[in-house]
Design a protein around this ligand. Structure first.
Ligand code: PMT
Length: 405
């Protein structure tokens, strides 16, 4: 699991029914290693007891600016200064209005004015309130001030209405906190990622495929989003949920993947080709279920195009990362693919190991770049492998920019 050790998250909780969900957010942040300091509004304390947040965060919870013992113990300026990131969840229409206009009539709004840390707000309220022009105008003002507004989810609301206004899942809020703590090296760039397997149909009920689950490619898409990129994830069939903030394009066959990649390629700056593309497809797909006969069944296969090679003909200034899934001579196979596919970086993946490659939650890879430099990473969760690959891309692009003057 990724960690937030050494980071302080200031969690502002205002008075909406979704305040109960912030208790779980607190628990998850603490589990990830963060120091969590909770500041509540008086109204929030009507929904959830400060004791709940105190028990979960392991720190006293503040809500009253004028309580001398709280001020002596916690200190509102100290709180504002100690934060690496501030998350207001749920953010009520009232708190958003105060923030937009610089009001500071309670501890939370005072701390929000005093902090220099990045601020995230997660509005949660009745759909009609959320859509009210006054609330939307306040959100526009806050965006203009550099506040990150996390869009509420649509669905059944506690007030009985259906619509936009639900506090997103803790998973999403944690992803946003992590993004706020990550440098925006890919801001303004489109990053294209492929992931997962292909399915090549034999008949209406059977297909040829491979063991890729998409985990590695999905982790890369999430890592690129945290760096500030607009991310498009072209993926074969997988069970995985779409990473927050990422646009997903679903395909089945290698030919469909080629077409989707071609469409997204034109305006992309960085490409991670992590999909386990099917090299072959059945020469004929039967329109009816193939019946079993007495003897063996012989299938004729034909080659699929090599997506990297096809698109690589128009590589331009793009930074292209390929993967090399090998079970023997891993590094020499990867070097060959780096040259033949004109890659900037290849991720050599020993897929013969049980704890790495296909389907595993961990991976052990070596990064080889076009200059001949290599870096072997230890066995790590795929999430961290993705982070290290992205870091390497940031370094190599910076070196390329320096060389170009
Ligand atoms: O999805 P997971 O379960 O998490 O597993 C991750 C993974 C093992 C699939 C991933 O880490 C990985 O190694 N992906 C590349 C798999 C692969 O197809 O490797 P390859 O050595 O056959 O291909 C080399 C490169 O060419 C790859 O970037 C591949 O995407 C690309 N390729 C391959 C064939 C083809 N027809 N077109 C291509 O573009």
């Amino acid at each position: 699991m990724w960690r937030l050790d050494g980071k302080t998250v200031l969690l502002g909780v205002s008075g909406g029914i979704a305040a109960y969900k912030s208790a779980e957010v607190t628990r998850r942040l603490v589990e990830a290693g963060a120091t969590v300091r909770v500041v509540m509004t008086r109204n929030a304390a009507e929904f959830v007891s400060p004791l709940t947040f105190q028990a979960l965060s392991g720190h006293p919870v503040a809500w009253d600016t004028f309580d001398l013992s709280q001020e002596a113990q916690i200190g509102h300026i100290r709180l504002a200064d100690s934060a690496d990131v501030v998350l207001v969840a749920p953010a009520t229409a009232n708190v958003l209005a105060k923030m937009a206009h610089g009001l500071a009539d309670d501890l939370l709004t005072t701390v929000l004015l005093a902090t220099r840390a990045p601020i995230l707000v997660a509005p949660a309220m009745n759909v009609n309130m959320f859509e009210n022009p006054a609330v939307q105008a306040n959100l526009a003002v806050l965006r203009g001030h550099g506040v990150r507004v996390i869009d509420p989810d649509a669905g059944f609301l506690a007030c009985g209405y259906e619509g936009k206004g639900r506090l997103p899942d803790p998973e999403v809020l944690l992803a946003e906190v992590r993004r706020a703590l990550t440098p925006r090296d890919f801001a303004g760039l489109k990053v294209l990622v492929s992931a997962g397997p292909n399915r090549e149909p034999l008949d209406p009920v059977r297909f040829l495929s491979n063991r890729s689950t998409g985990k590695m490619g999905f982790a890369l898409a999430a890592a690129a989003w945290r760096r500030g990129a607009d991310v498009v994830l072209v993926c074969g069939p997988t069970q995985l949920p779409t990473p927050h903030g990422v646009r997903r394009v679903d395909v089945e066959t290698a030919l469909e993947m080629l077409e989707a990649m071609r469409r997204e390629w034109a305006d992309s700056s960085i490409v991670f080709m992590c999909a386990a593309v099917a090299d072959y497809r059945p020469a004929r797909t039967s329109a009816q279920k193939i019946r079993k006969g007495e003897g063996p069944l012989v299938l004729e296969l034909e080659r699929n195009p090599d997506i990297l090679q096809e698109l690589g003909r128009e590589k331009g200034a793009r930074f292209v990362v390929g993967f090399a899934a090998e079970t023997e001579d891993v590094l020499s196979g990867a070097e060959r693919k780096l040259r033949e596919k004109k890659l900037d970086l290849v991720v050599a993946n020993d897929v013969g190991r049980k704890d790495a490659g296909f389907a595993a939650d961990t991976n052990a890879v070596t990064l080889l770049d076009a200059s001949g430099a290599s870096e072997s990473l230890p066995l790590l969760p795929k999430d961290e492998v993705a982070e290290r690959i992205v870091e390497r891309v940031v370094e190599l692009r910076a070196a390329r920019a320096r060389a170009a003057g």
